[in-house]
Design a protein around this ligand. Structure first.
Ligand code: ATP
Length: 140
């Protein structure tokens, strides 16, 4: 299959959405290849979100993503990248509640920042993000 990086963000962890999200992942035929819970420090968060470093929301994003632990997973499935993006729904959870009410962000998120989960947006991003958090000495 294909691999993507999924992250349950601080609002998902603090809001006790972890069990629901993992159950949804497994019910959607993804395999969870690796997982780790981390408290991101600011340096790591800035590296992960480097592509957003010039955005006005960047300082708030770093404050938010370092505010509590995150759960990071490597998911495997045919078309994992697009399937996971479809399952999580639009970036803005407040809009997702109207347009994609069964998406994870609609059900667990609050707004454009507190949107509960992350998903790689391309296979290229997925490769970068997976190697950012995991080394793959055990993968084929
Ligand atoms: P992610 O990369 O987390 O899966 P995404 O690809 O849907 O989200 P991006 O545009 O890449 O969305 O934004 C990355 C993250 O930055 C968002 O998930 C959200 O937490 C935060 N963010 C994006 N836009 C805003 C905004 N206008 N105000 C506050 N935070 C934002």
């Amino acid at each position: 299959g294909e691999r993507t990086l999924a992250m349950i963000k601080p609002d998902g962890i603090v809001g006790n959405h972890t069990h629901f999200i993992k159950t949804t992942i497994l019910a959607s035929s993804f395999t969870i290849l690796q997982e780790i819970t981390l408290q991101l420090d600011r340096h790591t968060a800035q590296g992960f979100y480097a592509e957003h470093s010039s955005r006005t929301f960047f300082p708030d994003l770093i404050d938010f993503i370092t505010s509590a632990p995150v759960l990071i997973m490597v998911l495997d499935k045919v078309s994992a990248v697009s399937d996971w993006r479809a399952l999580i729904g639009p970036t803005d959870a407040s809009k997702a509640k109207l347009t994609h009410p069964h998406s994870i962000r609609a059900m667990c998120g609050v707004n454009v920042q507190r949107n509960c989960v992350h998903g790689s947006d391309s296979t290229k991003s997925a490769a970068r993000e997976i190697s950012f958090f995991f080394n793959h000495t055990d993968s084929g």
